[in-house]
Design a protein around this ligand. Structure first.
Ligand code: NAI
Ligand code: MG
Length: 503
């Protein structure tokens, strides 16, 4: 149980501004809120207005040291807790989170600018779902019996790795954290999370809520910047596994440090996911699918966003026009307003980056960039980081817009003539995270599904990450899987062989 008093309200708090203030200046270490050892803080900004809504504890190596030491101490007892009991506690956390969905949805909308109705509330619900799923898997931490010799009983057992360092990004921070923390805990590890500097609040509140049932020290959180706070977590000798979601560039830094320590890593990095639309598809369903595939409601800030769309030539122009018309109807505005479909970009840095891509596309000879969805007119939002969704056609396939991850509401559409050429184009990418195919021809769909270089291929749908389905890319998109039983077994345990000679 929590060591009180603590600064946040016990009950769900619907005013995210009040909650943001209450969460200011804290890490969560060893079962309690603690400020940064240095006393330093940094601003948390509402990207819809530019206003500072809170200050987060600015962690460094000293805070990481405290968190990892507490985690290492707590892990020893936690590993002795029966696996199904650990799962039951994680499932209890899910129940607490269910009661706080509205609160968490509003808080994440405030700090990330993601619309409450279309994204933020959905994310909060998914977090509870992920915890429920992994909470039921304690009993699956099974080993094997191995036929070695009649007089030798040879078995394998699954053991936890120890302290897990989890580094998370800002686009879906609660969900991506849950994908790491839940399986790590059920498998008997303890965890130190380093939150993303752009979105430290909702994940901190979740950490506190889960600590109402978890033993102190099993789940800890520090906030701070990558090099100052993330890097010492990866490098800490007592951290025996690192799981990271973020950019390819940072992923490689993490991997290098982990290599020095010879510890396993899971890396979930970027994507440039193709969506392939055949002329025989269900047009309306595919059109609706394109909007969700491109994650326009998340301002395209998704590693699985369908940022390259290939449409069979006979329906190409009709598809582009219809898609632009649909996106145009989406409402951009205050993330906390239930009417809003599309909120803001996370930060000024990302705003500049995405805007740069759009300007470059617009300046490209022969390319056509359609800006959709009206900018909000509310004067309170005049400093908001809103970017109109853009649909580009006529780009060269070597364009930076086609090759790099934009992480904004920008998609590029191309016509194609046959399955073979579109397969080649789709696979011509550094990335290999996800892909979707839209056709009623099962033979074509299955053939391409087998040949696409991606961790996840969906036909006639393009859902976001789901509990129970392995998720993770190939090529530069990363290493390892998340969200499934396999993810827990393969990435948060090691297998020990025990042999007993009975002869
Ligand atoms: P990033 O990869 O730099 O940040 C992700 C996390 O890593 C944050 O918590 C950050 O503090 C931490 N970090 C940064 N440097 C670190 C270091 N040296 N050691 C340990 N941890 C470190 O990503 P950023 O700068 O937020 O976004 C840049 C681009 O990355 C985006 O435009 C997008 O293309 C991609 N990205 C992909 C995501 C995905 O879901 N795969 C999520 C977020 C960003
Ligand atoms: Mg960065």
């Amino acid at each position: 149980m929590l060591d009180r008093p603590h600064p946040t309200p016990e009950a769900p708090t619907m005013d995210p501004f009040v909650l943001a203030k209450a969460l200011s200046g804290q890490h969560f270490i060893g079962g309690r809120y603690v400020p940064a050892r240095s006393g330093k803080t940094f601003p948390v900004v509402n990207p819809a207005t530019g206003d500072e809504v809170a200050r987060a504890a600015e962690g460094d190596a000293a805070d990481v040291e405290a968190a990892v030491e507490d985690a290492a101490r707590a892990q020893k007892e936690w590993a002795k807790t029966p696996a199904r009991k650990r799962g039951a506690l994680v499932a209890q956390c899910a129940a607490i989170l269910r009661a706080h969905v509205e609160e968490l949805g509003r808080l994440i909308a405030l700090e990330t600018g993601k619309a409450l109705r279309t994204e933020s509330r959905v994310e909060a619900n998914t977090v509870a779902d992920i915890l429920e799923f992994f909470g039921g898997l304690g009993g699956e931490l099974k080993g094997e019996t191995v036929p070695f010799a009649p007089e030798v009983l040879s078995v394998t057992v699954r053991e936890p790795l120890g302290v897990v360092g989890a580094i998370i990004p800002w686009n879906v921070p609660m969900l991506l954290m849950a994908l790491k923390v839940a399986p790590a805990l059920v498998a008997g590890n303890s965890v130190v999370v380093k939150s993303a500097e752009e979105a430290p609040l909702a994940v901190l509140r979740i950490c506190e809520l889960m600590n109402r049932v978890l033993p102190a020290g099993v789940f800890n959180m520090v906030s701070g910047f990558g090099p100052e706070c993330g890097a010492p977590l990866v490098a800490h000798p007592k951290v025996r596994k690192v799981t990271f979601t973020g950019s390819v560039e940072t992923g490689k830094i993490v991997y290098r440090t982990a290599a020095e320590k010879l510890i396993p890593v899971t890396l979930e990095l970027g994507g440039k996911s193709p969506m392939i639309v055949f002329a025989d598809c269900d047009f309306e369903k595919t059109l609706a699918g394109a909007l969700t595939s491109m994650r326009f409601t998340r301002q395209g800030q998704s590693c699985t966003a369908a940022s390259r769309i290939y449409v069979e030539r006979p329906i190409f122009q009709r598809f582009v026009d219809a898609m632009a018309e649909r996106v145009d109807k989406m409402v951009m505005g205050d993330p906390l307003d239930e009417k809003t479909d599309i909120g803001t970009i996370i930060s000024e840095g990302q705003f500049e980056k995405v805007s740069g891509f759009i300007e470059e596309g617009r300046a490209t000879a022969g390319a056509n960039g359609r800006a959709c969805s009206a900018m909000p007119t509310d004067p309170a939002l005049r400093k908001g980081l809103f970017i109109q969704p853009h649909i580009f056609t006529g780009l060269d396939k070597e364009s930076r817009l086609v090759r790099e991850e934009i992480f904004g509401p920008v998609t590029c559409i191309f016509p194609f003539d046959d399955a073979e050429s579109v397969l080649e184009e789709a696979n011509d990418s550094e990335y290999g995270l996800a892909a979707s195919l839209w056709t009623n021809n099962l033979k074509v769909a299955l053939n391409l599904a087998h040949k696409l270089e991606a961790g996840l291929v969906q036909v006639n749908q393009n859902l976001v990450v789901q509990a129970n389905l392995s998720y993770g890319g190939v090529k530069s998109s990363g290493l390892g899987k998340e969200a499934s039983l396999e993810a827990m077994l393969e990435h948060f345990t090691h297998k020990k062989t025990i042999m007993v000679n009975m002869g």
